[in-house]
Design a protein around this ligand. Structure first.
Ligand code: ZN
Length: 216
């Protein structure tokens, strides 16, 4: 099965992807990571990419397509890819579906991890780290103990407001760019929305049920 996963930054998409990859023996194709790897390995594609990036331009759809084709054309990855960070727009969604059908494959499932902006803000603004022991707390979800010397307020450090601002911008950009894609896959009856605000184990269970149902 081939899966696409969507989720706003800070929604725990990485954690969930890793879980699906391990549980169902899938291969995670994170396009950003792959571009960096091509550059590092100095492949033909890699040197092409680095000259584009160095000139300040964006990597074209064609290059990303080449990269994806390199993966999905391999027998070992057939029908077991989870796409993370791709597609980012409708053009890419159509390119992906054409590429897959060239190798007798298709997208079987589109997972959307949904988390409200308010929750992501709380995850960030409530977060603090004890400068003594390194423990991480959250005022809303996992408040620091009141009866301990270590981890008392004088040792707790918070991140600045700028982090919050950046996160809000990234969330809004994510919503704007993925909305048409979500509609597109919903119309193809491929979309499953998972509540990313549930406890992690519950999310795992929900995703497992969805995938089992599709795999039959
Ligand atoms: Zn502490």
């Amino acid at each position: 099965m081939n899966v696409i996963i969507f989720g706003p930054p800070g929604a725990g998409k990485g954690t969930q992807s890793k879980f699906i990859v391990n549980k169902f023996n899938l291969f995670q194709l994170s396009t950003g990571e792959f571009l960096r790897r091509e550059i590092k390995n100095k492949t033909d594609l890699g040197s092409k990419i680095s000259s584009i990036v160095n000139s300040g331009s964006l990597v074209s759809d064609e290059i990303v397509s080449n990269l994806i084709e390199k993966v999905i054309s391999k027998e070992e990855y057939k029908d077991r890819v989870i796409f993370d960070g791709y597609p980012r727009n409708l053009t890419q969604a159509k390119i992906l579906s054409n590429l897959l059908s060239k190798y007798n494959q298709k997208i079987d499932l589109v997972l959307k991890l949904s988390v409200k902006l308010e929750t992501i803000k709380k995850r960030i603004s409530g977060r603090s780290v004890c400068s003594l022991c390194g423990k991480i707390y959250n005022d809303y979800f996992n408040p620091p103990p009141k009866d301990k010397d270590c981890c008392s307020s004088k040792f707790l450090q918070k991140r600045g407001d700028d982090t919050l601002e950046v996160a809000t911008k990234r969330y809004e950009t994510y919503e704007k760019t993925t909305e048409p894609l979500i509609d597109y896959y919903d119309n193809l009856n491929l979309l499953k929305v998972v509540n990313g605000e549930s406890p992690i184990n519950q999310i795992y269970d929900e995703i497992t049920d969805i995938i089992r149902l599709i795999e039959g």
